[in-house]
Design a protein around this ligand. Sequence first.
Ligand code: FAE
Length: 542
Amino acid sequence: MTPYLTRRHFLGLAALQTAAALGLTRIAAPAAALPSRPAAPTDYAPAVVVGSGYGAAVAALRLGEAGVRTLVLEMGRLWHEPAPDGRIFCSTRSPDRRSMWFRTRTEAPLATFLWLDVVNRDIDPYPGVLDRVRFDAMSVYVGRGVGGGSLVNGGMAVTPSRAYFSEVLPHVDAAEMYDTYFPLAERTLGVNTVPPDWFESTPWYRFARVSRTHAHRTGLRTTFVPNVYDFAYMRREDAGEVTRSALDGEVIYGNNHGKRTLDRTYLADALGTGRVTIETLCRVKAIRREPDGRYVLTAERIDETGQVIETREIGCRHLFLGAGSLGTTELLLRARETGTLPGLDPRIGTGWGTNGNIMTARANHIWDTTGAQQSTIPTLAIDDWSNPDNPVFAEIAPLPMGFEHWISLYLAITRSRERATFTYDSATDRALLNWRREQNEPSVAAAKKLFDRINWRNATVYRHDLFGGNRAFADDFCYHPLGGCVLGEATDDYGRVRGHPGLYVTDGSLIPGSIGVNPFVTITALAERNLARVLAEDGVGS
Ligand code: FAE
């Protein structure tokens, strides 16, 4: 049976719908037997999951299926109910407070056009869906809300090459991953591929076909990239039968339709088990361990102004950290450095990387129009990863501005060996990242080598007006933060935090800085593999 036609799935969706309609911050299907509101400031659940992105969603579903009463704590809000304007998410072209996490102005990745500050807008502070976490020399974009990164990402669902996967995670049984867990992740995430006949004929993918022509002319290979956006829905958008989302410029501030975000897949199923409860606007600040082995979390509930309206303690026997590479690493680092979890491994906070992310853009000839109509969902990539001299996997990205601009945009994933370390800053109570700007140089050089070839062969040039500072390569932000609590180093080979039984890492922080493709399928599949082992061996829920 398809994962979306089960009673469990509909029960979970109904729970989300009810919570959204009533403005509840506690989401549960009827059977979830957690106490409603705590009389005392302490709650208890056998298992707690922090965050609700990919790794967290896998943990929630598999724990719920195993009959373990599980509480999921997510600092962002639930994005399920239309606002008075009839939309859940705001549009990318006229962003409002829903766009960004407590900002007074949007901070879009492409900030300028023709060097003009025409992209960003003033907004009111609000728990919006996209955050840009700024460190000294690197900004990291992350999703906030029930579904984590799935709410804001481009949906590209790519399985890495087996050879590179084995190189990055040599202790993981690749046969098991490629035979069992990657297919399971793809199925449960609802991965599909653009129908080739439609891709070849629709104006919405002209931008990708133009870039493909230029790549092929250069002797480079392109490949279709699977996605979790429902291409049947997209075709109906094109036919004018349904409300447009990908074909209406929506993506980084959320898709109102079409995308199979985690709240519609894993998390709906998790709620449908009747064993899982999700609390929103609930930020975990601290973790400590009691002498009897229980973990106790200090969690702050915030309101829509960001004000802390309640601080409480939540106990659990098994704790799964899925707050993303930045969130999980910060929680463990803080616990180690403030002594609330003594003896945590010194490698927590190390092995962090950007997956070699670099953005760049080319200016095409006047006859190579990329089209005023552009789908926001990428479907094609230049795959030069097997080039031993300069491995690059470059997704052909849309730039849907609603008018012809002759720009070919790319997000290049390069094989960067640069890694950074987080340190805990007691003055700000934050994890600081010691990434240095010059650590981007190998990635910029790799991207430049590839796109210099394409430009040379097609007699085209770079655009310098999009990324600020007259730069042709955007190397000051990334979409793919990876590492910080690396599998087999800070944790054992299944994400168990060393020295702390019952404490697990289940997200992108397990992957050491690079995976060669867009990472969420790997994060999901790895979490599936680790959860299967932990549920089989660790007596969770007992
Ligand atoms: P993640 O999805 O980041 O979820 C972490 C969750 O934890 C978030 O909901 C946080 O709000 C929450 N959280 C953090 N700290 C706390 C705390 N203290 N207390 C409570 N909750 C907390 O983690 N990847 C692809 O594979 N394909 C793409 O096309 C793609 N495009 C992207 C485009 C954009 C604009 C962005 C930002 C990312 C993109 N990514 C893409 C990356 C992908 O979304 C990311 O790797 C995953 O979301 C990471 O999954 P995790 O489970 O690690």
